[in-house]
Structures are given as structure tokens and as C-alpha cells.
Ligand binder design. Structure first.
Ligand SMILES: *Cc1c(COP(=O)(O)O)cnc(C)c1O
Length: 231
């Protein structure tokens, strides 16, 4: 019988090999790319197993699930909050997240900053950019709003502007989206040299993200298995 540990070890090895291959194809060093295992909906015991298997970074998209899981795991990991931040939850998220990938409006910046000051923590923030202007409900700031939001984050107490993030819209070639993200990142690094992270690439499209400079991949299903549909 296969244990959960064996299962995770096998899928992690497969994904690691695909990342290494995509890095080689793109002429990039494997060490330039960090894998974030997105553990949402999976138990804290999986997080502990992944840490034993060498994973250093995990991602969660919901509060308070993320908070509970962090409290329940003993491993020293870097915690990435990748889901949309409700302003009334921002204070709590600032207490346990190391990096927030989904900063997309000034109100979120202000609430995270208040939370980080109170918690006496330094929070790395990524600007989530939305390249799909067809659906106004999608998370993320439009490309032309990035500079203003970047200045706002950089000026906020206890927040550090760490880079940019996107989720490729459905029905669009992810390579085109990631190419645009990389251009924005390059432009942003002129005014904010500390903003070096490019968070892009999920189970279906991480090879394309690696081609276009992704530094952080957010991979869930390829490692943990398919999630139950959300109710
Ligand atoms: C769930 C999620 C992921 C991981 O997606 P998979 O398709 O499971 O790899 C990445 N980024 C965000 C923002 C997510 O919500």
C-alpha cells in the first residue's frame, strides 16, 4: 500500500524534474526558481510531509484555513498568502503570512500595513495584476495601475514591495500573459529595484512561466492531487 508520504514524494519528484527541464530549456538556473506548494484544502499533515520532503515554501488562499494550518505545523516554512485579501482579515493575515501575493488595491495596502505594524512584522507584498479586463470581478489591478500601487506599497510602514504576480486568464495563451508580466516587472525594477519576484505559473502553465522569468511557481494539483470542488 502506498502511503501519503510516498504519493507526495513521487508527485514532487515528477514536478521537480519538469521544473528542471523547463529551466534547462529556458537557459535558466534551477536555483533561480522557487517552488511554492499550494496546500489549500489539504491538511496540515500534508504540509509537514512536504517539508520533510524538502519543500521550503507553501501557499494558502483563504483565511482562517491558512492560520489554522500554520499553527498546526511544526516545520519552519515560508508562508505565502495567494488568495484575495478581505480588508477585515488583513490584520490577521499580517500576523502569519510571510509574503502576500494578492495586493491589488490601496485599501488592502493600508489594512496590511496596519496589521504588520501591530504584529511588529515585515511583510513582503506582490502586486497582483489582472490581464483580463473582460471580467470586472477578477482579482488584480489593471496593468496601467501598477506604478501607483507600487509607490503606495513602498511608502507603507512594515511593507516591502517584493514584486508582481498574476493568474493567467482562461482561454488566453499563458505565454503572452507571462511575457507581459515580465515586461512590467522589468519596468518596475527601474523605479523599485527591490521588486525582484515574479510569481507566475500553476499546474497547467508553469513551463511557460519559467520561459518568461517566473521566480516563484505556485503549484497545487500537480503535487497534492485534484481538490474537491468548492461548495
Ligand atoms: C490554487 C491556486 C494555485 C495553484 O493552482 P493549481 O492549479 O492547483 O496548481 C496557484 N495560485 C493561486 C492564486 C491559487 O489560488
Amino acid at each position: 500500500m502506498n502511503s501519503r508520504r510516498d504519493e507526495l514524494a513521487a508527485s514532487l519528484a515528477r514536478v521537480d524534474e519538469q521544473i528542471a527541464q523547463a529551466c534547462a530549456d529556458a537557459g535558466r538556473a534551477r536555483t533561480d526558481v522557487t517552488l511554492i506548494a499550494v496546500t489549500k484544502t489539504y491538511p496540515a499533515s500534508d504540509v509537514d510531509l512536504l517539508a520533510e520532503l524538502g519543500v521550503t515554501d507553501v501557499g494558502e488562499n483563504r483565511h482562517p484555513e491558512a492560520e489554522r494550518k500554520r499553527a498546526a505545523t511544526t516545520a519552519a516554512l515560508r508562508w505565502h498568502f495567494v488568495g484575495s485579501v478581505q480588508t477585515n482579515k488583513a490584520g490577521a493575515i499580517a500576523r502569519y503570512a510571510d509574503v502576500v501575493h494578492s495586493v491589488d488595491r490601496p485599501k488592502v495596502v493600508n489594512s496590511l500595513a496596519r496589521g504588520a505594524v501591530t504584529a511588529e512584522r515585515q511583510l513582503d507584498c506582490l502586486i497582483q495584476i489582472d490581464f483580463d479586463q473582460r471580467d470586472p470581478g477578477r482579482a488584480g489591478v489593471a496593468p496601467d495601475g501598477v506604478d501607483e500601487l507600487a509607490d503606495h506599497i513602498a511608502a507603507a510602514d512594515h511593507l516591502r514591495l517584493a514584486g508582481v504576480m498574476t493568474v493567467a486568464p482562461l482561454g488566453v495563451d499563458p505565454a503572452e500573459v507571462f511575457a507581459e508580466l515580465q515586461e512590467i516587472s522589468t519596468r518596475l525594477s527601474h523605479s523599485h529595484p527591490e521588486a525582484t519576484m515574479i510569481s507566475a505559473g500553476m499546474t497547467e502553465d508553469f513551463a511557460a512561466a519559467i520561459r518568461y522569468g517566473a521566480t516563484h511557481l505556485r503549484i497545487g494539483r500537480a503535487i497534492l492531487g485534484n481538490r474537491e470542488p468548492l461548495k
